[in-house]
Design a protein around this ligand. Structure first.
Ligand code: CP
Length: 342
């Protein structure tokens, strides 16, 4: 297996299944250490991971920052509004600076930061990766959220055991806010790599990127899993072991951006789909056994899913967020430490 040291992570598709398993195994070891009340060795001591944020975050920033601290390193938080980026400094020059000062670079750019124009965020992450010699980690762009996906699939495996042949429903869910598709794409991509039977359920008009659909089908063929699209979430939920209820914007909006398309026009479409909300009766009456409810968070309570679901016995959202800390620590360790030994 090729070493992950020095490698970028723009999408989980860039890493082999064995490399993803290696990452999850290391994340599990961090979890065991931390849950045992101890702290991991300082394998990133005196290393810097520059976190370039064009877009806000509750978890991703917190987890990367805490993770670097726990591993003995430092994670400077770069809010782009406080830099020369918006004043027109060349992206290549910015990437070169943080490459010189640091040992890794994270970039987060999605949604409002790019007016929802599809492809604009990924382009920036790729430009950083091209200019920097140090590893560039995608902390969420318009298309992918790879570290989130690794923490999520680790959570699913923890909770339901073997992934092969288990049914994972990723369903569009009503919300009164606009959100991009990076987490949806990343879940579809990683779950189909691990032999799961993935169903993407959404009302007509909410198609995801056709390239992601093609990649998911290829992944499923190679892993022995499957990938289907449904326009009936209740039908899709029959026998499901995992459900992830989340809204995402239409392709029409992503083509021209939220300003040109009109946020109000988009939300008006959602109002016809208010019944796309996960309720405990769906979990109890339709899902198989075991059955878990996941969410990358933030979840729009009462809209995407009821409080009863999110706080209920099938919800794993807080452990999922916890695992995302360990997954990010594993990604940082494997890409930035020559020998990430515990
Ligand atoms: N899941 C996730 O990316 O959360 P934040 O937007 O809070 O970082």
């Amino acid at each position: 297996m090729e070493t992950l040291y020095g490698r970028d992570l723009i999408t989980t598709q860039d890493w082999s299944v064995d490399e993803l398993i290696e990452t999850m195994e290391l994340a599990e070891r961090f979890k065991k250490i931390m849950r045992g009340g101890k702290r991991p060795p300082k394998i990133l001591e005196r290393k810097n991971f520059f976190m370039v944020f064009y877009a806000p975050s509750t978890r991703t920033r917190g987890a990367f920052e805490a993770g670097m601290g726990l591993l003995g390193g430092h994670a400077p938080y770069i809010d782009v509004t406080t830099t020369r980026i918006r004043a027109g400094e060349a992206l290549k020059d910015i990437a070169k600076m943080y490459d010189i000062y640091g040992d890794g670079i994270g970039v987060r750019i999605l949604d409002d930061a790019i007016d929802f124009i599809y492809g604009e965020g990924r382009k920036v992450v790729e430009q950083f990766a091209e200019a920097a010699r140090v590893p560039v980690i995608n902390m969420a762009c318009c298309t992918y959220h790879p570290t989130q996906a690794i923490g999520d699939i680790m959570t699913v495996k923890n909770k339901i055991g073997s992934l092969r042949g288990k049914k994972y429903v990723i369903m569009w869910a009503y919300s009164s806010k606009l959100r991009g598709r990076c987490s949806i794409h990343s879940e579809v991509l990683i779950a189909t790599r691990f032999g799961m039977d993935v169903v993407l359920a959404h009302p007509p008009g909410f198609d995801i990127d056709p390239k992601i659909v093609e990649a998911a089908k290829t992944n499923a063929r190679e892993s022995g899993g499957s990938f289907k699209i449904s326009h009936d979430f209740e039908e899709a939920l029959k026998g499901a072991n995992v459900v992830f209820p989340r809204s995402w914007v239409t392709s029409e909006l992503l083509k021209v951006g939220a300003t040109a398309f009109g946020a109000d026009k988009e939300i008006e479409m959602y109002n016809n789909c208010r019944n796309w909300r996960l309720e405990q009766k769906h979990v109890n009456d339709l899902m198989g056994k075991p059955a878990i409810v996941t969410h990358v968070l933030p979840v729009f309570r009462g809209q995407e899913a009821t409080n009863e679901v999110m706080d209920g016995p099938n919800s794993v959202i807080y452990e999922q967020a916890e695992n995302n800390l360990y997954a990010k620590m594993a990604v940082l360790s494997l890409t930035m430490a020559e020998e990430p030994k515990l």
